[in-house]
Ligand binder design. Sequence first.
Ligand SMILES: [Ca+2]
Ligand SMILES: [Ca+2]
Ligand SMILES: [Ca+2]
Ligand SMILES: [Ca+2]
Length: 667
Amino acid sequence: MLPVPLVLLLAAPLQGHARTAEAPRVHPRRLLVLVERALDATPLSALRADLGLVELWNLPQIGWRAVEVPAGRLEAVRAELARDARVLAVERDVAGKPAYTPNDFYWPSQWHSTQIDADLAWDTEKGEPSVVVGIMDTGIQLDHPDLVANLWVNAGEIAGNGQDDDGNGYIDDRNGYDFVNLDGNPSDDHGHGTACAGLVAATQDNSIGVTGVAPGSRVAALKVGAASGYFFPSAVIPGFVYAGDMGLEVVSCSFYSDFDSAAERAAIAYCWSQGTLPVVAAGNEDSVLPFFPASYAEALAVGATGNTLDQRVWFSNHGSWVGVASPGLGLYTTTLGSSYTSGFAGTSGACPQVAGVAALLFSAAPGATNAAVRAAIEDSCVPLDEAPYGKWVQYGRVDADAALDRILGFTSGSVAARLSFAAPCGGEPPRAKHAEGALGQNQNRSLLASELVGVGFEAPNTIDVSLAGAPLFVLGRERDSVLARLTRTPAGLVELRRNGALVSSFSWEAGPGLLYAATDGSVADTTSGAAASGNWHQLYRQDGLNFTATDDGAGTIVAEFAVRAVNPPALNTVTLEFRRDYDGLGGGPLETVELYDWTTDSYPYGSWITLSSAAAPTAGFSTLSVSLPANPGAYRDYLGTYYLRVTTSSAGASGVLKADLLRLRVL
Ligand SMILES: [Ca+2]
Ligand SMILES: [Ca+2]
Ligand SMILES: [Ca+2]
Ligand SMILES: [Ca+2]
């Protein structure tokens, strides 16, 4: 998306932003102590040599001193001093807040920075110069007056001498590299990258322009997007590898595609393995269908909130694959021509702000891993739970200040546990194919597991999963998923408990085969007034609990569904089961059910193939059962996601789709 000139102020900024409550900032190692005045000349470290204190200062003018206590001993030392008759008073060292206000010209208008509490975070951390965010974009205007001071400098490289001075394989990569044109000049020939860079690290307190979220950190120009605005994997892939090899803490990736590239996937996995945190825009298609690279496992996918409400902005992609959100409309940032805009928008704008938050965390907690920084950002989000999308983003809108508190240990604990979906959510293993005998005992059948995806499952919480009252062995778990082994599969209730408390349950239905329900559902274009309600919990079984989708005001209902984590031991035939009814249809309604074929190379990279096209049922609920084409594995991405779309024409002005069940049966 091209930056909009500054004169085009898109909308009034968000008014009356309510700050989230802050945790008290108690210094973990310091106490203030008042001792009997007769002892003014004696250091407390000597008075109480048993406590291992270091006296930082002693002001006889007032009688107070500051001491540093051994790590982890704050409360113990405080109690000990309070018991000492010579000690008259002991105080914790609780930080005040200067309510930091930068002097940058457009600061008073930068509503999006206060929305994510960046200004509160700056009281603690503005970013270290040693922490670098790679802007994987169309380049950066390298001499932009509000960016030039914060450009990363590759100290081992001499610019413009035609030599690879640091021997990293790239000639003259002084401020980054141009992976499109393969040279050492990553100047921005488009504009998008300069806008993204400013949101991360525009210079603060230089009186001009704007301020970035991490104005003390540096941005590296990794030009992977062409002047045309296209981001080809041939440029993106070496960019990811370079970021990992050069030890960059964060990469900010404001681009998306529905093309799942195995090569790009390998590159982002390598980048993560080197300690870099990839922050990636979720995309602007108003869709629940996963996009790449945002939905690769290593990426922190960022959706966008609006500028008048702290809610999803209409174009933001959404669903259980989107991790966090940040403002994505009416953003103030730098642009080409040493200029500024008030109208940068998109998940493109949301992403670099989260990358900036990540830079603040890496700065405040040296040595923190990418996983720890990601977890701190996620777990400190302000939850966003909006009808009709429900949890359109797994964790919520980022809060820079709360994230800093989290990484610094001022706050801890787990977020409220929630189950987003389970896969499979019913059925039975293919016993006949994998019985004892040819394959031997304990073959594939014993490897079968149900993946329960949600939030709040991390240690030290205890997690228990049971089926029909019998515990299932937990094969493994991450903070956002649990693998429960399936050794017996009667029908019954599956229950997920955290620390003994029930998180969620669902009914396991008998086979044949394994059942995978739609994990995300939505209408395709919410700007037209169409709306959806419900999620996998309405769709996993026939129970009269319905997912609904309304028409777009012009008589057409378009509903999209994703079925995720379809990774059974065997995948021979896949059948779609779709039980639904309609209200308010006009005459002759046609219902078309399509499957996304992302393997074709037509733009935009994939195409929809028709599974079924027939008169829509109007006489009550009925079930469509249709097989996916031969070789059904070719229609899912590497994460096991199938994409489905239901389009019902002649729906009338008030048509409503009521879907009781939408699932895949895998044999
Ligand atoms: Ca070099
Ligand atoms: Ca050189
Ligand atoms: Ca500035
Ligand atoms: Ca149902």
